[in-house]
Design a binder for this molecule. Structure first.
Ligand SMILES: [Fe+2]
Ligand SMILES: [Fe+2]
Length: 161
C-alpha cells in the first residue's frame, strides 16, 4: 500500500486501490491479446473500451487534482517537478491512444475481427501504462508516503464534505 493510514481510513485505501483497478484492466487487455480468436477479442475490446476509458479518466483526475499538487507542495524539487510534468503528459498520451482505438471501431463498422493496427496500438498502450504506473508506484508515492505533511494534506482534501 502507498499510504500508511490506509488501514484506518477507507478513502486512503481507495486511492491506493486505484492502481489495482488499472492493473486489473491491463491484465484483461493482455488476455485479449493472447487470445487467438480474433473476433472474440474484437467483441470483448469493443464492449470494455468505454468503461476502461472512464476508469482511466477518473484515475488521472484523482492524480492530477489531488496527488500531484500535494506532492509539489510538500516535497518540492526540480526532479519531482520534472517527474510530474512527464506523468501528466503521459496521461494525455494514454487518453489519445484510447480515443484512437475507439475511432478504429467507429471507422470500421463492418469489421468483426481485431486487425494488426488494433493489436499493435493495444500492445504499445499496455506497455506505456505499465511503465507509467511503475514510476508512480516506485518513485512518486514512496516520497509522498514518507512525508507527514503530504499525508496530512491528502487526508484533509479527501475528508472534505
Ligand atoms: Fe498517472
Ligand atoms: Fe496512476
Amino acid at each position: 500500500m502507498f499510504f500508511r493510514e490506509d488501514k484506518v481510513n477507507g478513502k486512503f485505501l481507495k486511492i491506493a486501490q486505484e492502481h489495482e483497478v488499472v492493473l486489473e484492466y491491463l491484465e484483461k487487455l493482455k488476455i485479449l491479446l493472447e487470445n487467438n480468436d480474433l473476433s472474440y477479442s474484437f467483441k470483448q475490446l469493443k464492449s470494455m473500451l468505454p468503461e476502461f476509458k472512464s476508469e482511466m479518466r477518473h484515475h488521472f483526475k484523482i492524480e492530477e487534482h489531488f496527488l500531484f499538487p500535494a506532492a509539489l507542495l510538500c516535497v518540492p524539487s526540480i526532479e519531482l517537478v520534472d517527474m510530474i510534468m512527464v506523468l501528466q503528459k503521459e496521461h494525455g498520451f494514454v487518453e489519445r491512444d484510447i480515443d484512437t482505438l475507439e475511432r478504429m471501431f467507429e471507422d470500421n463498422p463492418k469489421a468483426t475481427q481485431m486487425n494488426e493496427a488494433m493489436t499493435g496500438l493495444l500492445k504499445t498502450m499496455i506497455r506505456d501504462i505499465e511503465k507509467h504506473a511503475r514510476i508512480e508506484i516506485d518513485h512518486l508515492f514512496p516520497k509522498m508516503d514518507a512525508c507527514k505533511k503530504c499525508r496530512k494534506i491528502i487526508k484533509g482534501i479527501l475528508l472534505e464534505p
